[in-house]
Design a binder for this molecule. Structure first.
Ligand code: PHE
Length: 445
């Protein structure tokens, strides 16, 4: 068994919180949340989202942290330590993290390219042309991934924690600056109204399911990331507190992103529901239409996006290498070289998905291109099933009192919310996760 010293440990509570928030706050918050809210009835979506953060996000995150801290092991080892038969749940999580990282890094590469172009040339690349080319998306995917690898190479405390301590506060600050600029643009009121107006007609069962899916993705749940990060916590750590603070920071950041983007887009009369192209096509149009300061805002915005993306990518990478380090006894360096290399290769078809292989949409992918198929597999299948199995394991197979005791540090801290938490793990979370999957697969149409 590898000693705890070799695995690494967070330097402080704050370090853990910033790293976990770094994982949670990512592309999902900054481009996905604002347009989901815009599309799904504004404030209605926000309310559903907030309810799910509290009744699902926080409890499930708490369960994951407890599993990790109980064994001080990677997701596979953490489940195996509880029950040998549960090992595949952890394995599925590591696999999901591996696949997500491969395409997340491609999108991270797009962000890098935009940042570099804005910084040195003052304009954004042509999105269609850029993503249709072969070399450039692959190159930037590699650059982005290398950045994440270098951070992980530093280890848990000197690498991940240090990077998060630098990047997360910077991210908050820059985002705040952008929000101030956004809400003071003439015409911004429209955008605020669009965001906060209750539009019940746009709010459906699909919206509720989208809200829950977004809670899972945004909090990096269902694949063992929080198991991994929790495994580097010490015996004395207070888990409940952390499982409240991290989702709160994540939600705060999603709202800030909405406030930064929607008023801006509205002020310039553009469509805020464009989806993936919002950040890469609509916003650049807006930046270039700004009378002054557009380039500066663009640079700041893509720094925010790059920091958000890289700290999330780091958590995905750490989840996979914690497995190769603990279970296969590879060194951190070897793990990063081999895992990083394989993720790079697996990302290549995603990088080519709008270009060379755009038309390759096998039946097996449900008529999707490679990138969309990878997203679908992880978001709609692996993550919810991973979350579901985790809740069933903790709530039913083991019985909630086992992780409950871990959360209470075996009596050292009070865990007053235990009855509610146990009820959620046993009933609410499994039922809601099953409903979401059924809705995603169109069973209720
Ligand atoms: N939570 C990240 C985001 O909002 C994405 C992510 C998902 C990161 C799963 C790690 C694991 O973008």
């Amino acid at each position: 068994m590898s000693s705890k010293k070799n695995r690494g440990e967070w330097g402080s509570s704050m370090g853990f919180i910033l790293a976990a928030a770094g994982s949670a706050i990512g592309l999902g918050n900054i481009w996905k949340f604002p347009y989901l809210m815009g599309r799904n009835g504004g404030v209605w979506f926000l309310l559903a989202y907030l309810v799910f953060i509290v009744i699902m996000g926080m409890p499930v995150m708490l369960g994951e942290m407890a599993l990790g801290r109980a064994a001080n092991k990677n997701p596979v080892g953490a489940f195996a330590a509880q029950n040998r038969w549960a090992t595949p749940i952890g394995a599925m999580g590591v696999l999901a993290a591996f696949i997500i990282l491969s395409y997340y890094s491609v999108i991270g590469g797009w962000v890098m390219r935009y940042l570099v172009d804005y910084t040195f040339q003052g304009v954004a690349p042509d999105f269609g042309e850029f993503t249709a080319s072969a070399g450039s998306p692959i190159l930037w995917h590699g650059v982005f991934l290398l950045w994440a690898v270098v951070i992980c190479l530093g280890g848990v405390s000197a690498g991940i924690e240090r990077a998060s301590r630098l990047m997360m506060p910077t991210l908050f600050l820059l985002l705040l600056l952008i929000v101030i600029r956004a809400v003071t643009l003439p015409g911004a009121g429209e955008g605020l109204r669009f965001m906060f107006d209750p539009r019940a007609s746009q709010f459906s069962l699909k919206s509720i399911s989208a809200a829950l899916g977004q809670v899972f993705f945004s909090l990096s749940l269902g694949m063992g990331i929080m198991i991994t990060y929790g495994s580097y916590l010490g015996r004395n750590a207070r888990l409940v507190r952390k499982a409240v603070i991290v989702p709160s920071l994540d939600t705060f950041c999603a709202l800030l992103a909405g406030l930064a983007i929607l008023p801006t887009v509205f002020a310039f009369g553009k469509d805020p529901t464009a989806g993936p192209s919002l950040v890469f096509v609509t916003l650049p149009d807006v930046f270039s239409a700004m009378p002054a300061g557009g380039r500066l805002i663009a640079i700041l915005f893509f720094i925010v996006l790059a920091f958000a993306a890289v700290t999330s990518a780091v958590s995905l990478l750490e989840c996979v290498i914690s497995y190769t380090i603990d279970e296969l006894h590879w060194s951190r360096l070897l793990s990063l070289v081999l895992v990083g290399g394989t993720v790079f290769l697996l990302g290549i078809p995603s990088a080519l998905s709008s270009g060379l292989i755009a038309e390759w949409k096998p039946i097996m992918f449900g008529g999707r291109n490679f990138l969309d198929a990878a997203c679908f597999l992880t978001d709609n299948i692996l993550m919810p099933i991973g979350g579901l199995l985790m809740c069933i394991f903790v709530g039913w197979v083991q019985g909630p009192s086992k992780m409950g005791a871990e959360i209470a540090n075996h009596g050292a801290w009070p865990f007053r919310q235990y009855p509610a938490w146990a009820f959620i793990m046993r009933y609410i979370a499994p039922v809601l996760l099953i409903v979401v999957m059924l809705v995603q697969f169109g069973v209720f149409e």
